[in-house]
Ligand binder design. Structure first.
Ligand code: GRF
Length: 202
């Protein structure tokens, strides 16, 4: 199963996927890592791991649809079975979604449908919930909508800041993303990344 991962930030969740692939925990091919802006930590991590990288800089496009088309073409060039948004802070349009139907996964640092949007951790903390968590879902054209594939709870501690809570959520988010990808790889008609796992003569 081939995946392309999209990032906007530091890519610590991406690093967990890279490590899981490297140590054999996750049997997928990381075909490429792409970003919506230059100089992300995520692309740097990928380059250091010898993974192909690309950038489709949102600010270089005056037309959002043109940026979506360019992103779609860049991702499609790597022929992924799944595309993973891992801290990719842009909403893609229908053109992109039609190219990868039910093949675009997203992670979110809250228990959807509560606290969607760019500040899921901050909003949960401000509301005063005692339990939040993370969600892996199939992304659609909405903001953190789409069918939920997996969720994990994380307790909010009395002295939590947005940063301390987000770090504990990310631990669960990484585990959940890797588990979800492993499950999809096991079920994928594309098969696993390990050629020795190919069944012949069955
Ligand atoms: C994750 O919590 C993701 O859900 C959110 O941003 C974080 C990504 O962090 N949108 P990193 O770039 O993987 O460190």
């Amino acid at each position: 199963m081939r995946i392309v991962v999209l990032v906007s930030g530091t890519g610590s969740n991406l690093q967990a996927v890279i490590d899981a692939v490297a140590d054999g925990t996750l049997n997928v091919t990381l075909a490429a890592v792409g970003a919506d802006r230059p100089g992300t930590g995520g692309v740097q991590r990928a380059a250091e791991a010898g993974i192909a990288t690309f950038e489709v800089d949102f600010r270089r496009y005056t037309d959002r649809a043109a940026w979506n088309r360019a992103l779609t073409d860049a991702v499609a060039g790597y022929e992924p079975d799944y595309v993973v948004s891992s801290g990719f802070m842009r909403i893609v349009d229908q053109h992109f979604l039609d190219r990868f139907p039910d093949r675009y996964l997203n992670t979110h640092p809250a228990l959807l449908p509560s606290f969607p949007g760019a500040h899921g951790v901050r909003d949960a903390l401000a509301y005063g919930v005692k339990v939040t968590g993370c969600t892996v879902m199939i992304a659609d054209a909405g903001v953190d909508t789409g069918p939920i594939l997996a969720q994990a709870p994380v307790a909010v501690l009395p002295d939590d800041t947005e940063e301390t809570l987000h770090e504990r959520i990310k631990v669960e988010e990484r585990r959940l993303l890797i588990e979800t990808l492993a499950g999809l790889a096991a079920a994928s008609p594309a098969g696993s990344a390990d050629p020795s796992a190919t069944v012949t003569g069955a």
